[in-house]
Every structure is written in C-alpha cells, then in structure tokens.
Design a protein around this ligand. Structure first.
Ligand SMILES: Nc1ncnc2c1ncn2[C@@H]1O[C@H](COP(=O)(O)OP(=O)(O)O)[C@@H](O)[C@H]1O
Ligand SMILES: [Mg+2]
Length: 298
C-alpha cells in the first residue's frame, strides 16, 4: 500500500455508501462521458504560482491532443500528472519549455506565464527559457562527453562562470545537489555514459540544476530504472523541491502518491481533475478520476 504524506492509501477504496459524486454518470462508461462533463474540477489555481497556464490547446495537424487546459504550478511544489497512455501528459509538459517547437506539425495556443514572461509568445528566446525550465526525460540522455563536461557545458554557454574556479564550483555543487558527488568525484573525466542508469539520470538532473532553473520537468524519469534507483530519485525530488518547482509525468499512481503535493488527472486530452494528491487519491471528485485510480479504466 502506498502513502500520501505518511497516510496509507487504499487504491481500491470503494465510494462510501450514500456519498454522491458530482460530475457522475454512474451508468455511463468512462469513454462516453460527454464533453460538458469533462470540465476541470478541483483546484487548478494556487496563490502566487510559479507557472500559470490558461486555455492551453495543442494540435498535431488535425489531432486535438490537449484541450483548454488551465492550470497553475505552485512554487516549491511537486506536481504529478497522471492519466492513461496517450491522454496528453507529455504533450502538455513539453508546452512548459516550448519543447513542442521541435515537432513539425505541432501547434500550441494559450498563455503560459512564468515571471511575467509569456512562454508561449513566439518572440521569446527559448534558449534561456529552457535553462529556467529544465527537462529530464524517460531515458537518461547524457551528452557523449565526460561527467565534468556534461555539467559544465550549460553554465559555459549561458555565461554563468567567469573562470575555471567558478565553473568547478558549479560542477561540484550541481553534482552534490543531485546526490551524485560522492559516487563520481574521482572519475569526473570518465564518460557520462559509463555510469549506471540511475546515476545517469541523476547526472541529467545535475545538468539541469547547473543552469539555475526555476522549474524542472520530468517525463517518466524512473520508468527505465530499477526500484532502488527509483527510490533514490524520488528522495532527491523531495529535497529539490525546496529550491525548485517540479512537474513529473508518471504512469505510476504509487509514485505520484509518494512524491507529489498536487496531482493533475488527464483523460483523452482533457484535464479532468486537479487537487492535493491526498484528495485526488482519497476522495476524487470526478467519476473519471475515480475510475482511473481504482483501476476501472486505463
Ligand atoms: N509527434 C506527434 N505527432 C502526432 N501525434 C502525436 C505526437 N506526439 C503525441 N501525439 C498524440 O497526441 C496524443 C497525446 O500524446 P502524449 O502527450 O504522448 O500522451 P501521454 O504522454 O499522456 O502518453 C496521443 O494521441 C498521441 O498519439
Ligand atoms: Mg508520455
């Protein structure tokens, strides 16, 4: 059994007798819940957000992959995005640092506010944006360079170090903050790819940290890792949120429950429900959320 902030969760919890769900069509299957019953429920807004997204729509050609998503990411918050495969989690995540720009037929509309900057404004420079909003992928992807160079590369191109001493300090601090320093301090000249999968993922996190991000996006960062390496990354996330906001896409509800403060549930491109992780798993408001977390759908 998993826990939310130390409290046990029963993923098969049945609705208490007599308790009525809003937004419920008990006799309707998940796939046929009508459009008007797929408005976001719960609490999508937070006070003083790090990122505020309004009316985000994403199309791949004629395919409408993300529909009218309005959502805040809080400061020092770990936000989990869950939902069945293909529901638009990765697509939405990639909006936050304009990674969808790299996909030819992808069109993103809506506003994404970060520090008074509209991330979705075509005129902004995406290079500093992607330092502010870093990304860690499912498969660790170190550069084909040494461990040292993997970290030093970003600060060098962003002009964050005045000299070699500065750069060394950034490399050491980043590796320390990613919980990797003790393991690699004697092999900084070795290729990043020589590390284990879990170490490579922490190297990628260190690489993101090295350029002073405000937000770190993680798309299924533990899917390629064993349970021990996964636990190391999850513990690291809990430490990192003291400094950064973290948005994690995960197919593991247990992982969402273990690491996140708030959870967003997506279904067929719609953001169905957002709330504290505890409320999403213990007392979901929407029938579709309940169907998913109890294993009836997805
Ligand atoms: N590059 C792409 N071109 C066309 N369609 C895509 C592309 N990437 C994703 N899609 C489609 O967009 C929808 C959402 O995909 P995705 O964001 O990858 O979902 P998730 O991460 O929740 O599994 C899916 O129907 C998927 O097939
Ligand atoms: Mg995905």
């Amino acid at each position: 059994m998993s826990t939310v902030l130390g409290k046990p969760i029963n993923f098969s919890n049945e609705r208490r007798r007599g308790e009525r769900r809003k937004h419920t069509r008990a006799t309707t299957s998940s796939a046929t819940v009508p459009r008007e019953d797929r408005q976001t429920v719960g609490t999508a807004a937070v006070e003083n957000p790090r990122i505020r997204c309004t009316d985000i729509n994403v199309h791949y050609g004629s395919k409408h992959a993300v529909r009218n998503v309005t959502l805040d990411i809080g400061q020092h918050e770990i936000m989990a995005m869950i939902g069945p495969s293909g529901c638009g989690k990765s697509t939405f995540l990639r909006c936050l640092n304009r990674m969808n720009d790299t996909i030819d037929n992808c069109r993103v509309t809506g506003n994404i506010w970060l520090d008074g900057l509209n991330v979705n404004d075509r005129a902004i420079d995406v290079v500093p944006l992607r330092a502010k909003v870093g990304m860690v992928f499912q498969k660790p992807n170190p550069f084909p360079k040494s461990i040292y160079e993997n970290i030093a590369f970003g600060p060098r191109i962003h002009g964050l170090a005045r000299n070699k001493t500065d750069l060394d300090e950034i490399v050491v601090n980043s590796l320390q903050n990613a919980g990797l320093w003790q393991e690699v301090k004697d092999q900084l000249d070795q290729p990043g790819t020589s590390l284990s999968g879990g170490q490579q993922q922490r190297l990628c996190i260190a690489r993101a940290i090295a350029v002073n991000p405000e937000v770190i996006l993680m798309d299924e960062p533990c899917s390629a890792l064993d349970p021990i390496a996964t636990a190391v990354i999850e513990n690291l996330m809990s430490e990192l949120c003291a400094e950064y906001s973290i948005v994690i896409v995960t197919h593991s509800m247990q992982q969402a429950a273990r690491v996140s403060h708030r959870t967003a549930y997506f279904h067929l491109g719609d953001l169905i429900e957002v709330g504290t992780t505890e409320s999403i798993f213990m007392n979901p408001l929407h029938q579709l959320t309940e169907d998913y977390i109890t294993g009836r759908f997805g």
